[in-house]
Design a protein around this ligand. Structure first.
Ligand SMILES: [Zn+2]
Length: 288
């Protein structure tokens, strides 16, 4: 007998959906578990193999846990606000809500055809006002507690997307989205004071079931380190250079100090820089 996926799979997928096999039950007297995959950005291109790979891995765990009698919550959702849809809308004149809806439908259809055991009754879409009213509410709470604030900082600015990029979105000095040129620009930004929780973020890694490799990545990303701030005097100047070091005991071995091109001090001591033209050229290229 031949295996005919086009016949067998839709038949059983429909039956499983009708029976609600993958629905997480509320207030059930059973052990429970929550399995979460990273929600995709629904692009017009449809699913890529990376999505299938990670969702299949978690799907296996979800199915195993259900067989063990555990009440499993395994939801799917769409991280659907994105610059590609905005740029596409500018290019075609089609409202992003229309294209986003179409992309979500494609993604949902593809994920369902893979037979992934998501609880589709808990599907969320971040562009739905009923969803983002809560993210806005969270932001207001952070603001009220002084944890969301505005500051002028140098950011990675993509000249063609016209947007600030996270460091993770810059690959080899180019924009990860469009491959275009990046410039450092000083812009007023909303920032979240996550540094206030650095120690707790590190401590609480003990409470989650992450592989050690991932825990180490998190600790490195949080980037907390203990050290001292020292001030170096500049000869014949009232200006000082503040540096952070984890090894104050080795400071006598310092032979020079490098200022970042976007450092405030660079323009303040401009008149004392003998090769200003070269420095200026460098700042324009790599600074802000
Ligand atoms: Zn770009």
């Amino acid at each position: 007998m031949n295996y005919e996926p086009q016949e067998i799979e839709p038949k059983w997928q429909e039956s499983w959906e009708k029976q609600g096999l993958y629905r997480a039950q509320d207030f059930l007297d059973k052990p429970k578990t929550y399995l979460l995959v990273e929600f995709p950005y629904p692009s017009g291109a449809g699913l890529h193999v990376g999505h299938c790979r990670s969702y299949t891995a978690m799907d296996i765990i979800a199915r195993k846990r259900r067989m063990e009698g555990i009440n499993v919550m395994f939801p799917m959702g769409w991280d659907a606000f994105g610059l590609p849809s905005e740029n596409y809308a500018i290019k075609t004149g089609i409202h992003p809500s229309i294209t986003t809806k179409q992309s979500i439908e494609t993604f949902r259809k593809q994920e369902k055809s893979l037979g992934l055991s998501f609880d589709w009754e808990r599907e969320v879409d971040t562009t739905n006002p009923a969803y983002y009213k809560w993210t806005q509410w969270i932001f207001l709470k952070l603001f009220e507690h002084g944890l969301a604030y505005k500051a002028k900082i140098a950011i990675n600015w993509c000249l063609s997307c016209k947007i600030g990029l996270a460091n993770e979105e810059v690959t080899e000095g180019k924009c990860e989205r469009c491959g275009g040129e990046i410039e450092k620009r000083e812009k007023e930004q909303w920032l979240i004071k996550i540094t206030q929780y650095a120690q707790r973020l590190i401590d609480d890694l003990e409470l989650v079931n992450f592989p050690d490799r991932v825990k180490m990545q998190q600790i490195n990303w949080i980037g907390r380190s203990e050290g001292s701030e020292l001030e170096f005097k500049i000869k014949d100047s009232i200006e000082k250079i503040k540096v952070f070091t984890t090894r104050a005991d080795t400071i006598f071995g310092a032979t020079y100090i490098v200022l970042a091109p976007e450092h405030d001090l660079v323009s303040k001591i401009k008149s004392r820089i003998s090769n200003w033209d070269e420095v200026k050229e460098y700042i324009e290229k790599f600074g802000n």
